[in-house]
Ligand binder design. Structure first.
Ligand code: XMP
Length: 327
C-alpha cells in the first residue's frame, strides 16, 4: 500500500478535541487496513511522537504491536519507569523493556569527543533494537514516529530516529500514522488518546539524551549528579509555572571540579550548569530570565541534595554564540 507523504492543501489543522478524535478514528481504520492481523514493531522511547504512535497502534491492533523500550542509561529520572507504567500497566501493551545501561556505559567509557559519543549511542541503539527484532518472529511492519516537519526537512525517514539503520535482511514495511501532522497536532491527538500531560507536553530531548550533557568522558557518578540535578530543576520549573513558558531547560555537569566549603570542610566537587532557553525553531535561542528567588532556591536544593556538587552556574549565552546543548 502506498501512503501519501504530502499533506493535502485542504487538510484541516487539528485544533479541537473533535478534530483530534476524527483523526484517531480515521487512522485506526487506516492502520487496520494496512496491517490486518500481522505484527508491528515499534521503538518506544517515551517521547511524544513514539508515545502517540504506540497509543494509536494499541487502539488499532492491540497485542499485535510489539513495543521495545531501550533503557540506555541516558534518560531522565523516572522516564523508563513511566514508559512501563503507562504502556504495560495502564494500556496493557506488549512492551519489551531492555535494560541496556551497562552496555551503553561500558561502550562510552573513556570517550570524550561529542560526535564520537553520539555515534556510539546511535550505533549501539540500532544493535540492541536489531537483537530484539531478530528474537521476535513474524514481524512484518516497523512503526515510526515520523512527523511532517521530519519529512519536510529530511525526506521520508526521521533524520534523528535511531532505527533508520537496520541491516538489509531486516527491513520492514513502514507504518507512520502521524507523518502528516505538525507537533502541536501530535500533542492534541496524544491528549485525546489519554496519554499523561507530562508525556504529551514534554520539552524536546535529544536522541543521545543525558550523554551530551555529562560533558567529556561519561562517568556513572557524574551521570547520577546530572540526572538528580535535572530532576530538581524540572520539579521547580513545574512548581513555579515555568515549565510551559520555557522551551527547553536542563542541567549540565562538566568534567572538572572546583573548590568549595561544605559543613565547615573544604570540598572539591563538580559544578552544575543550568540552561533555560526560548526559541521558535532551535536555530537561534534567547535566555529565559528566571527570577532570582527561584534560582536561589534551585541552587540551594542542588548543592544540598545532589551528591558530589558544590556549585551552581546559570548559562547566560544566547544562540548564537552558544548552541543550546553544550556538546
Ligand atoms: P543545538 O545544541 O544544536 O540544539 O543548538 C538544537 C536542538 O537540537 C537538539 N539536539 C539534538 N537532538 N540529537 C537530537 O535528537 C542530537 O544529537 C542533538 N543535538 C542537539 C537540542 O536539544 C536542541 O533542542
Amino acid at each position: 500500500m502506498v501512503l501519501s507523504n504530502k499533506r493535502p492543501d485542504d487538510m484541516a489543522r487539528i485544533t479541537t478535541k473533535e478534530l483530534a478524535q476524527k483523526f484517531i478514528d480515521e487512522q485506526v481504520k487506516e492502520i487496520q487496513a494496512q496491517v490486518g492481523d500481522r505484527k508491528v514493531l515499534l521503538a518506544l522511547s517515551g517521547g511524544v511522537d513514539s508515545s502517540v504512535v504506540a497509543a494509536l497502534l494499541i487502539k488499532a491492533i492491540g497485542k499485535n504491536l510489539y513495543c521495545v523500550h531501550v533503557n540506555h542509561g541516558l534518560l531522565r529520572k523516572g522516564e523508563p519507569e513511566q514508559v512501563v507504567k503507562v504502556f504495560r500497566d495502564e494500556m496493557n501493551a506488549n512492551l519489551i523493556y531492555v535494560d541496556a545501561v551497562d552496555r551503553f556505559l561500558d561502550k562510552l567509557a573513556g570517550v570524550e569527543e561529542p560526535e564520537k559519543k553520539r555515534k556510539i549511542i546511535g550505533a549501539e541503539f540500532i544493535r540492541v533494537f536489531e537483537e530484539q527484532a531478530r528474537k521476535l518472529e513474524g514481524i512484518d511492519f516497523l512503526a515510526q514516529g515520523t512527523i511532517y516537519p521530519d519529512i519536510l526537512e529530511s525526506g521520508p525517514v526521521k533524520a534523528h530516529h535511531n532505527v533508520g539503520g537496520l541491516p538489509d535482511d531486516l527491513q520492514f514495511e513502514l507504518v507512520e500514522p502521524i507523518r502528516l501532522l505538525y507537533k502541536d497536532e501530535v500533542r492534541m491527538v496524544g491528549v485525546e488518546l489519554g496519554l499523561p500531560a507530562g508525556m504529551v507536553y514534554r520539552q524536546p530531548f535529544p536522541g543521545p539524551g543525558l550523554g551530551v550533557r555529562c560533558l567529556g568522558a561519561i562517568t556513572r557518578d557524574r551521570l547520577e549528579a546530572l540526572r538528580e540535578s535535572d530532576a530538581i530543576l524540572r520539579e521547580e520549573f513545574d512548581k513555579n509555572g515555568l515549565a510551559n513558558k520555557v522551551w527547553q531547560y536542563f542541567t549540565i555537569v562538566p568534567d572538572f571540579k572546583t573548590v568549595g566549603v561544605k559543613n565547615d570542610l573544604r570540598s572539591y566537587e563538580w559544578p552544575v550548569i543550568i540552561r533555560a532557553v526560548n526559541t521558535i525553531d532551535a536555530m537561534t535561542a534567547t535566555i529565559e530570565e528566571i527570577p532570582y528567588d527561584i534560582l536561589h532556591h534551585i541552587t540551594d536544593r542542588i548543592t544540598h541534595e545532589v551528591k558530589g556538587v558544590n556549585r551552581v552556574l546559570y548559562d547566560l549565552t544566547p544562540k548564537p554564540t552558544g548552541t543550546i546543548e553544550w556538546e
